[in-house]
Each structure stands twice: as structure tokens, then as C-alpha cells.
Unconditional design. Structure first.
Length: 562
């Protein structure tokens, strides 16, 4: 062979950096497997990527495994993973890095790893860039466990360039966008649910303006082709080892990770709510099974009291709680029943809407529907059979009083929190959401991790429209990070909330960080519009299924309005 190899044992040989052109010769020499221990892009464009080598190796019938070893200490897990590969993959095996020293170090460490007399384990650092002498460091054991427990990194046939957590709007959209940039990427989506929903239309369903059947498709039909769908639940992360742990016991390895599992609806935080949802006049547009019940209640309520609630932030689509009120009230007004129905909106917040520019037009509709707005009023208990809702109401001095209110119809928006496997993970910030730089959407402590959608800590409105803009930021910045380039794409905090103030008109609220208006279209953003209703009911759903989920980045730029 023209490349120089060193035999370490009967199964393993090591060499320096190989090229695509070397692979035919390697195959002819009888090698069955190749282990790449060199991280991609150490020498920029002059170094063939592992993806290029893997593609060519597979054509020749050679197994190709990517186990990158960064310059610096080699973890015990990397040593164990290397040993696992030597056991499981057919030989002869050829391992390589820049000089061959990292592959050689892994082999020697696997042979020499031992427990010292003081209860510490000797671990040797990886070779330097130039192949200098190796350095020994020590990792103390915990008093609880005298040996280091090692979990298999993954099913090595499923080690991915990118693992995406979540098959919602953000997860499918960012995956599709990445594949349009680099079709050869090996991407896995971790998602347990077999259905995918267009949730922005559920408010319309609750208002009798949309068919629920049009909001759902099979997950298998929206996941991009060639992406591996791992139908399991993620339960934790080991970011130092580039692992995602699954509920079925597996661990999936990644080079880069995108975290976007959405937000959890915490129905249980309101006492008695779960037992009465979908009956006794208690409903919520935040659940696919309940939005049709909202419409049923609206049509059949002739008189009485209708309560609508909004919990403390953060929640997804902060305008949705009052949109339910507007659409129901509009129906009652058009059918001359509103004068016999008392409408009340109880919000845990101190204002009607978080962006001040939109409050005046919304208050006009509150007046039109003769609705009462109660601020700092948080729903804490529901007695469905008695049709009593209890609210904790805070006054200007911070005193809280619990008030019971009877109802004939109760539309509830549940409290919302980050999923437990996020909030209890090393990725979380103090609030439990996945921590990110709000402009780059990169994790501040783990450079190969990005997050977007409802679960990320960026202080933007949690809407599908926000995810649509974030997708581009993550796709571009993730690629830049992979290639060692500066992260030049900056997120402006864009979010949008089409406020359906009546059947046929929408206030299209588009805004970014600090409440700055960021309209996409040349129309007055605070004026209710029939054109915006057309966008909400016709164009946006079509764009979602045919654009956003297909990686077509339409309407991803916005215009600032001072």
C-alpha cells in the first residue's frame, strides 16, 4: 500500500490521514472497517470530511465509524467506545487521525487502563497537534462508586451528524432546511408521537372557522426522506459525551444536537382540571380533542357566564387565550345572544397584551363584546360538577385573595413549563428552559448544541412564526459552527400572533425583542384586516405544510418599524 500502516494487533492497524482516493487501495488490502479518530475541519477545506470518506467507503463495502478525538484529555467513555468498536466490527480494522497517534493512544489506553492504589484511574491525554509525547492526568472516583460506569454510546450503525429532539414545527422545519443546504447529512429525529399537528389553527377550530381534520397528518408523511425517525422518548442528555439518552435504554450519539421538543402543558397544576376537561362546560383550544368542544359550547350557550383564562407566562401563542374569547363573543354577537351572556377574561398578567402598540385595537374589541377583563387573576382550581372556578387575584400591594366564580362555559389555558428531561438536564437555565444565546440560538456552554422553538430560553413570543425565523438562524449558525466559522446570523426576536378579533378580521401582530414592530407586509400592523384573515386561514396553513416543513425559507426576513 502507498499509505503507511502500523500493526497494533491481529485485528487493528493505524495510519495517518487518509483521502477518498486511498479507499480503493484500503479495500483491496482487505480492510473491513475504518475508524476515523480525527474531528472534521481541523485543516479546513484541505481535509476530507468524514461524510465524504464514509460515502465512498460504503460503496466499497467498508464499514466506516466516526469517533472523533479532540486535542486534550481523552475521556474514559471514548476509550470504552473505541474498545466496543474493536469488539463489534469486523477486522481487519484501520484506525486513523492526523498522524495516527490518537488512534494509537486509544489502543494503548484500552490495554493499560487500571485502577491505582489511591482509588484513582490513570487516563492519558490525546496526542498533540504535532504528535508530541502523551501526558497523564487523573480522574478521581466518587466515594459512592469505586469504578467508572460506562454506557454504550449508541448503536454505532446509527451515529449521526445531527440529532434533532422533537418532531414539531421547529424540528421538522430545521431538519428540512439543513438537508437543503447539505443533502448528505446524516440526521435523526427523536419523536415519540406518530401524528403531527398544525396547532395555530386550533383556535379557528374552536371558533367554528376551520376543520380539525385539516390540522393533522401522519408524522411519517412530514419527516423528510432519508432522515432516520427514532420513535422513542428522550429522557436526558450527556453533553460532555455527545449523547442523548432514550427511555428505551438506548443512547444516541451526535456530532451536533438541536433541541426543540416544545413546551409541556401542565394541566395538573390546576386542581381538578384534568378530571373535568371535555365535560361540564370546561374546554381548551390547547388540546386537539377539545377545540371542537369549544365550538360545541359556543354554539349551544344561549345565556349565562363564559369565563376565559390565561396563566402566567411563558405560554405558547400568548394571544390564543383572548382569541378564543373574541371568536366566541363574535358568534354570540352575530346571533343576538351576547346581551344574555356575561363574558369575562381572567389573565394572570398585568396587561392585555405584551406589546403596547396592539393594546388599543384589542381594547376596542373588548368593549364591543362587553367583556370584563380581570388582571392578575390566576385560575387555580376547577370544580366541574359544581361549575365553580377558583382564582387567586393579586392586588396592587401584592395581597392575594381567592375568589370563586360560577360559570356555564370555561375556556382554560393551562400553565406551561419546559419538559422535565430538559429542565433537569445540564442544558437548562435557571427557569428550566434550554439555555441559548438569544441572538445565535447556540448553547453558551456547549458549542455543538443549538435550540429553537418553544423550549429555548430566548425571550421571544413562543409561536410557529417565531420558529419559522429561528430555523434559518439555527441552520446557518450550526453549519458555521461545524466548519469553525463565526456565527454571523443574528435572531431579532421575531414572533407573530395573528389575533383573530372577529370572524373575518385579524390584527396581525408581528414584533421582535423589546416589542419592536416587525411587519412582513405593507399594511398597518395594528388595524384589523380581512387580508390578514385570509393569511391566517388560507395562506399560512399552506405555507406551513408546503414551505416551512419542506425547508423552503419563505417570508423569513422582516422589516423593522420604529
Amino acid at each position: 500500500m502507498s499509505i503507511v500502516t502500523t500493526k497494533l494487533d491481529e485485528k487493528l492497524f493505524v495510519t495517518s490521514q487518509i483521502s477518498v482516493d486511498d479507499l480503493a487501495e484500503i479495500a483491496s488490502a482487505g480492510y473491513k472497517s475504518i475508524i476515523c479518530n480525527r474531528p472534521d475541519h481541523e485543516e479546513g477545506e484541505t481535509q476530507p470530511t468524514s461524510l465524504e470518506l464514509e460515502k465512498a467507503a460504503r460503496i466499497l463495502g467498508i464499514n466506516f465509524i466516526y469517533l472523533p478525538i479532540e486535542i486534550g484529555p481523552i475521556s474514559t467513555r471514548k476509550i470504552e467506545s473505541f474498545n466496543k468498536l474493536l469488539i463489534e466490527f469486523p477486522g481487519p480494522i484501520l484506525a486513523f487521525c492526523n498522524t495516527g497517534n490518537r488512534a494509537r493512544a486509544l489502543y494503548e489506553l484500552n490495554k493499560q487502563k487500571k485502577i491505582s492504589e489511591d482509588g484513582e484511574e490513570s487516563v492519558t491525554a490525546a496526542c498533540s497537534w504535532t504528535g508530541d509525547a502523551l501526558e497523564t492526568i487523573r480522574i478521581p472516583h466518587t466515594s459512592r462508586d469505586k469504578s467508572i460506569s460506562v454506557t454504550a454510546a449508541c448503536n454505532w450503525g446509527n451515529s449521526f451528524d445531527i440529532v434533532v429532539i422533537g418532531g414539531g414545527a421547529a424540528g421538522i422545519g430545521v431538519t428540512a432546511s439543513l438537508l437543503r443546504r447539505r443533502p448528505a447529512l446524516r440526521i435523526a429525529i427523536v419523536e415519540l408521537c406518530d401524528k403531527h399537528y398544525y396547532q395555530p389553527a386550533w383556535t379557528l377550530v374552536g371558533g367554528g372557522a376551520y376543520d380539525m381534520a385539516r390540522t393533522v397528518r401522519n408524522m411519517a408523511d412530514v419527516i423528510p426522506p432519508k432522515v432516520e425517525w427514532i420513535r422513542a422518548a428522550a429522557i436526558g442528555f450527556e453533553p460532555d459525551n455527545n449523547l442523548v439518552n432514550l427511555a428505551d435504554g438506548r443512547s444516541i450519539g451526535y456530532r451536533q444536537l438541536i433541541v426543540c421538543p416544545g413546551i409541556r402543558l401542565a394541566w395538573e397544576k390546576i386542581e381538578g382540571l384534568e378530571e373535568t376537561l371535555g365535560k361540564n362546560g370546561v374546554t381548551s383550544n390547547y388540546h386537539s380533542d377539545l377545540a371542537p368542544y369549544t365550538w360545541h359550547l359556543t354554539k349551544n350557550l344561549k345565556s349565562g357566564r363564559a369565563l376565559f383564562t390565561q396563566p402566567p407566562m411563558p405560554i405558547k401563542c400568548a394571544g390564543a387565550p383572548q382569541k378564543a374569547m373574541y371568536l366566541s363573543s363574535d358568534y354570540w354577537l352575530r346571533h343576538h345572544m351576547l346581551e344574555d351572556i356575561e363574558v369575562e377574561f381572567n389573565t394572570a398578567g398585568a396587561v392585555l397584551f405584551g406589546v403596547a402598540d396592539f393594546v388599543p385595537p384589542l381594547m376596542e374589541y373588548v368593549k364591543r363584546y362587553h367583556a370584563k377583563v380581570v388582571f392578575n387573576s390566576n385560575l387555580v382550581k376547577v370544580e366541574g360538577a359544581k361549575k365553580i372556578a377558583s382564582f387567586d387575584i393579586e392586588d396592587s400591594e401584592g395581597n392575594v385573595t381567592r375568589i370563586e366564580k360560577p360559570f356555564d362555559m370555561l375556556h382554560v389555558v393551562p400553565p406551561q413549563v419546559a419538559p422535565d428531561f430538559i429542565s433537569k438536564s445540564p442544558l437548562a437555565d435557571a427557569s428550566g428552559f434550554c439555555e441559548v444565546n438569544p441572538k445565535t440560538l447556540q448553547h453558551p456552554r456547549y458549542a455543538n448544541i443549538f435550540s429553537l422553538g418553544d423550549v429555548c430560553s430566548s425571550p421571544n413570543a413562543k409561536t410557529a412564526a417565531a420558529a419559522r425565523k429561528q430555523i434559518v438562524i439555527v441552520a446557518e449558525n450550526l453549519q458555521a459552527a461545524k466548519e469553525g466559522r463565526e456565527l454571523c446570523n443574528s435572531y431579532d426576536g421575531y414572533g407573530a400572533c395573528p389575533l383573530t378579533v372577529e370572524n373575518g378580521k385579524v390584527v396581525l401582530a408581528e414584533f421582535g425583542f423589546g416589542g419592536k414592530l416587525l411587519p412582513t407586509f405593507s399594511l398597518s400592523p395594528t388595524v384589523p384586516s380581512r387580508f390578514a384573515w385570509f393569511l391566517k386561514t388560507k395562506l399560512f396553513p399552506w405555507l406551513y405544510w408546503n414551505g416551512m416543513l419542506k425547508g423552503r425559507e419563505w417570508f423569513t426576513r422582516s422589516t423593522s418599524v420604529s
